[in-house]
Design a protein around this ligand. Sequence first.
Ligand code: MC0
Length: 149
Amino acid sequence: MLTRIDHIGIACFDLDATVEFYRATYGFEVFHSEVNEEQGVREAMLKINGTSDGGASYLQLLEPTREDSAVGKWLAKNGEGVHHIAFGTADVDADAAAVRDKGVRVLYDEPRRGSMDSRITFLHPKDCHGVLTELVTAAGSHVQDPQDH
Ligand code: MC0
């Protein structure tokens, strides 16, 4: 079950300048930053709020580390802006399988490593009305207790 917006991925040319914009304009601070070589990104996670299933919601600022990466190609074509949205789930394997059964292309056979040791997969934007969509199970995420609301 998809329980939250885990993050909104924003592609940018200059990560440090974009981080500074979000800090100076809104007061958002960097919660975590890393380089993900497999995905070809340098990224900063700005935490917006925590959630009751053990996850949280973030803005994810993404600067490509190489031109032929997904974000590099997208930036060259579109310029800066919202690159993808990510829904949080306690069970990315089950939710990816359920979405695949509905005819949506899931881009990975098995979830891969995402930010902060999360497990992630992507759905093809052409099957999602133009929105590149990610499913994420955060490290430490747990199935939500019905009494958690
Ligand atoms: C491409 N398209 C998009 C799009 N990227 N549409 C909406 N949003 C996007 N972000 C569209 C293009 O405009 C094009 O449409 C068509 O999809 C094919 O795109 P392409 O430029 O030819 O590129 P492909 O086909 O080589 O790759 C597209 C694909 C790829 C979505 C399969 O970007 C991919 O595998 N993405 C998943 C991985 C990813 O994005 N990683 C970066 C974030 P037209 O109409 O022109 O044919 S990593 C991340 O976020 C991690 C660190 C995390 O969250 O923890």
